[in-house]
Design a protein around this ligand. Structure first.
Ligand SMILES: Nc1nc2c(ncn2[C@@H]2O[C@H](COP(=O)(O)OP(=O)(O)O)[C@@H](O)[C@H]2O)c(=O)[nH]1
Ligand SMILES: [Mg+2]
Length: 257
């Protein structure tokens, strides 16, 4: 579909939230641009020089747009900033991907095509790990997926945490503007559960994920204690929301929706 020299999409954009990503961000953005236009990067108060480096790339490339936030606000907040701006320009769908090279840019056309076929759905990447994946993260994921499946009465979420996804922008904005959570690492799982509650169907597609060691330029801002507490609190409030919605969710599931 749309690539570097093709016509830019007027409906679907790639959005990359970025915070002190390290040098891999440049290859990541180049790889995304090779498969899609437009690509937007939201630089979220980074202090590693990447704001300047990305801006220099954007000057040479009409398909790349860089938004700079003055201070770090978190992944979800950066995505919200990006989709608010995208909506004012008429975009209807966004593919979010990480800025640190862990996600498969080569799958952007396939994910966008799935979204074009089913515009009311969200297209979720289901991670295919290789040996580089830390087992603690792989196991922690199973726990989060178990909660997300319960909270949606097994509506079909393949993975709750993976950030390589296409969202319909309008329902995602409604969900996010309705509350002040979902602004940091609680963004991905809460988005998928709350969109399911709103009737946005998940479409699951496998996607390779890579973990890089620090010696390979890998950077992670996931803090095991802080972010697991954040995710625990998030599932607490989602469970409360689930209990309130249970009768209605059960009726919907019984009707096969
Ligand atoms: N805008 C923004 N993006 C972030 C922030 N923290 C993480 N991200 C994004 O979320 C992705 C995943 O975070 P990362 O730190 O790599 O966590 P991990 O891959 O789960 O270990 C990053 O590649 C960034 O794209 C943040 O504070 N602000
Ligand atoms: Mg990462």
């Amino acid at each position: 579909m749309t690539g570097e020299r093709a016509t830019p999409s007027a409906t679907h954009l790639v959005l990359i939230p970025s915070y002190n990503p390290g040098p891999k961000v440049y290859d990541t953005v180049r790889a995304a641009r090779a498969r899609w236009s437009p690509v937007w990067v939201v630089v979220d108060g980074s202090t590693d020089g990447s704001a300047e480096g990305l801006q220099a790339m954007a000057v040479q490339d009409d398909g790349l747009h860089v938004i700079n936030l003055p201070r770090n606000m978190g992944k979800g907040a950066a995505v919200l900033h990006g989709i608010d701006a995208a909506a004012t320009q008429g975009f209807t769908h966004v593919l979010t991907m990480d800025s640190d090279g862990q996600h498969p840019a080569e799958l952007i056309p396939e994910f966008m095509a799935a979204s074009v076929r089913q515009p009311s759905a969200m297209v979720l990447g289901v991670p295919v790990f290789d040996a580089s994946a830390p087992s603690l993260r792989v196991q922690g994921r199973k726990l989060s997926n178990g909660w997300a499946n319960l909270e949606t009465l097994w509506a079909g979420i393949g993975d709750s945490l993976f950030g390589f996804r296409v969202y319909p922008i309008a329902p995602l904005r409604r969900v996010m503007h309705a509350q002040h959570w979902m602004r940091r690492f609680d963004f991905d799982p809460e988005a998928v559960v709350r969109l399911c509650w709103r009737g946005v169907q998940p479409v699951n597609l496998p996607a390779r994920v890579q973990y890089f060691g620090a010696d390979e330029g890998g950077v992670s801002h996931f803090n095991y204690l802080r972010d697991n507490l954040l995710l625990t609190w998030m599932h607490g409030r989602l469970l409360a929301g689930f209990v309130v919605r249970l009768p209605w969710l059960a009726v919907r599931r019984l009707r096969g929706r």
